[in-house]
Design a protein around this ligand. Structure first.
Ligand SMILES: O=C(COP(=O)(O)O)[C@H](O)[C@H](O)COP(=O)(O)O
Length: 318
């Protein structure tokens, strides 16, 4: 290992994010911020520039794992922008305290947005969910804590069935759950009062990038007159989209879609596995954040306020 390589614990976190042992935008951001603190504590160099280079290298390794969830670069940016000082000790303290502040902020943001999201839910409501979003679940759990009786229709969310995690977590929170296959969603929309999803990224035009299937669900919800909201703390806002960049949609392995043995039996077929899609703002009723709820079209105002006009890449080689 050279001075400029991530320490093994950081490489292990990167691997866990890439293989989705750590998954979901908030959990990825949390793990990335903690990994930078681990790197800062573990590197043993005297030269401040060598320390900085090593931190940038660790951030690049983490950054390369999954392209769609902007919480990952936003976490890296938050921590590295606070790596200030002239000595290695000062730089190290800058990183570890920024990492702790970021993690703390994540938790508080989720609690704050949960109260906003819960206000949109009424006693007796049934909510349809897609994938597994801790921000979305926090809204339902807060509504339950407020004494509202909430039921859920949970889409399984092929190919990785993150809906099973959602179903389990809601059941543990005392919410009656009905699990359905993705293709049954439209049929069940007549029985629900809200659709509630999370986000991996939110673009400056109000487009919501979330688990594949969200956009089709949103179009169906609109056709059925069911309100749909995204619960997303502001680390999901994608600052690069302010300057016209689009969000890269992660393509994942074919094996997640079809077992290689079954595929061999079927014969040569093309398989594609995009992990996320974009829901245009006109199909989303509200984006719920820790700063309140916004119509998607006005999220750009909040984005400018929080991120300015663009996004630096402090992990890049100078
Ligand atoms: O799309 C997913 C997870 O995708 P994957 O399973 O591919 O990571 C979640 O809805 C968002 O990440 C938000 O999650 P959270 O609200 O927990 O940040």
């Amino acid at each position: 290992m050279t001075d400029h390589e991530p320490v093994p614990a950081v490489a292990a976190t990167a691997e866990e994010i890439a293989t989705m042992e750590i998954r979901g935008a908030a959990a990825i951001a949390d793990a990335a911020a903690r990994a930078l603190a681990t790197q800062a504590e573990a590197i043993d160099v005297d030269d401040p520039e060598a320390f900085r280079a090593s931190m940038r290298a660790a951030a690049r390794t983490l950054h390369e794992t999954r392209p769609t969830a902007v919480s990952l670069p936003n976490a890296l940016r938050y921590v590295l922008q606070r790596m200030n000082g002239r000595t290695v000790d000062e730089l190290r303290r800058g990183v570890t305290s920024a990492s702790a502040a970021f993690v703390d902020q994540l938790d508080r943001a989720q609690e704050d947005l949960a109260r906003v999201g819960a206000n949109r839910l009424a006693d007796g409501d049934t909510v349809m969910t897609h994938c597994h979003s801790t921000d979305a679940l926090a809204c339902i759990e807060e509504a339950v804590d407020q004494g509202k009786s909430i039921s859920a229709v949970v889409k399984e969310t092929r190919p990785r069935n993150q809906g099973h995690i959602t179903a389990e977590q809601l059941r543990d929170a005392g919410v009656p759950v009905t699990l359905i296959v993705d293709s049954a969603a439209r049929r069940y929309l007549d029985e629900v009062d809200h659709v509630l999803v999370g986000a991996d990224s939110i673009a400056a035009d109000g487009g919501v990038i979330n688990k594949i299937g969200t956009s089709g669900l949103a179009v169906n919800a609109r056709e059925r007159g069911v309100p749909i909201m995204t619960a997303a703390q502001t680390i999901k806002l994608h600052p690069e989209t302010l300057t016209g960049h689009t969000v890269e949609i992660e393509m994942r392995a074919e094996e997640e879609v079809i077992d290689p043995v079954v595929r061999d039996e079927i014969g040569e077929i093309a398989v594609e596995n995009p992990a996320f899609d974009v829901t245009p703002p006109r199909y989303m009723d509200a984006i719920v954040t820790e700063h309140g709820q916004f119509p998607p079209e006005s999220i750009v105002t909040l984005m400018r306020e929080l991120f300015g006009e663009g996004a630096e890449e402090p992990w890049a080689e100078p």
